[in-house]
Design a protein around this ligand. Structure first.
Ligand SMILES: [Ca+2]
Length: 361
């Protein structure tokens, strides 16, 4: 039941009546208090603008209703008035073509079923404020649009929400409690916990480095991780991912794959031997001649960090095949084998320098 300040009041009501001057001079009465909404009303009537000012001075503001349940609860807490059972509530508009809007934009409830029959009728063309009936008749708890200059009782609320109510969200007053409406990416009674994404470990990212920043908590909303591959590796995937408001990473963890050089085919008239299976970064390949051939170019090439071999592959020229074959099987036939081979080599070098040799790599 509603109780007046001057009467017996609860502890919570007493806290609200820490302003005895206001209580007694203005005749404030308090609704039954809860940990959420606390209602109050005036004992005198006034126009809508003055009623709102009075609410803002004595409480938080004119009452805002967010649901039919709140509407019914409010009515149950206000005293019936036989002679003039009308209280201003905090929904209004400034022009007949506007839609009805709650003060402070704190409610989007339209209240279609709360209007009394045939209301709102804008009977006087300027009925831009709303009263609620608190009586014992059929229209109890229903609304009527009225001229704002008319005098009604003020019904107000005292907010329980404060700046510390919700860490990362908006505090909403409800019957018997307050509710935190959390910003995207946060949860918990006070929106104190950031949504968490699956934990990423460095071991999940091989051949590279992962650097993460965590503004709201480890691997939580808005955490970002950047990825860089070691030298000789290239990144497959996104180089940066972020933990979104749903607790999901914006992309999968990327992969570092070794840079590969173009495959080297086995040379004609020569041999190719590489240090690894795949011709990837740092692989060294060595070329050797077949018997009776001369190698022109580098005998060893290495796969570089950018996927390019350190030099062109060599070419192999046939040199006096049968001649060298002969000395291979009969090295004793002409004395001084080394000298003969050396003289042949000089001859071939002269020959090569006199030719224009084109080769591709
Ligand atoms: Ca009306």
């Amino acid at each position: 039941m509603m109780s007046k300040c001057a009467g017996q009041i609860s502890l919570t009501q007493q806290r609200l009546c820490n302003y005895p001057t206001v209580c007694f001079l203005l005749g404030i009465s308090l609704a039954e208090t809860t940990s959420g909404w606390t209602y109050g009303h005036s004992e005198t009537t006034m126009n809508w603008t003055m009623a709102r000012q009075w609410c803002q001075t004595s409480f938080t503001d004119m009452v805002v209703i967010q649901s039919q349940e709140e509407n019914d609860y409010l009515v149950s807490q206000l005293p019936n008035r036989k002679k003039s059972p009308y209280y201003w509530i905090g929904i209004t508009k400034t022009h007949k073509n506007e839609t009805w809007t709650w003060i402070g934009n704190n409610s989007t409830w339209i209240g279609e079923h709360s209007w009394a029959p045939n209301e709102p009728n804008n009977n006087h063309s300027t009925e831009f404020c709303v009263e609620i009936y608190v009586n014992s008749y059929a229209n109890r708890g229903k609304w009527n649009d009225e001229k704002c200059a008319n005098s009604k009782y003020a019904v107000c609320y005292h907010a329980q929400c404060n700046s510390a109510s919700c860490e990362r969200g908006r505090c909403q007053e409800t019957i018997n409690s307050t509710t935190c409406l959390c910003e995207p990416g946060f949860k918990g009674d006070r929106c104190e916990t950031a949504e968490q994404c699956p934990v990423l470990n460095q071991t999940d990212f091989r051949s590279g480095r992962m650097n993460c920043s965590h503004p709201t908590g480890l691997h939580s909303y808005n955490s970002t991780c950047e990825f860089r591959c070691d030298e000789g590796y290239k990144l497959i995937g996104e180089d940066q991912i972020r933990c979104n408001h749903s607790g999901q990473w914006t992309a999968s963890i990327p992969v570092c794959t070794a840079v590969e050089c173009p495959p080297l085919p086995q040379p004609e008239n020569g041999y190719l031997s590489c240090s690894g299976g795949n011709q990837v970064f740092n692989t060294t390949c060595q070329f050797k001649c077949q018997l009776g051939h001369l190698m022109i170019g580098l005998s060893t090439v290495t796969c570089g960090v950018s996927g390019v071999w350190s030099g062109p592959r060599p070419i192999f020229l046939v040199i006096f095949y049968y001649f060298t074959k002969f000395f291979h099987f009969f090295p004793h036939f002409i004395p001084g084998t080394f000298a003969v081979r050396f003289s042949n080599l000089l001859f071939i070098r002269k020959l090569v320098s006199s030719l224009s040799i084109n080769y591709e790599f």
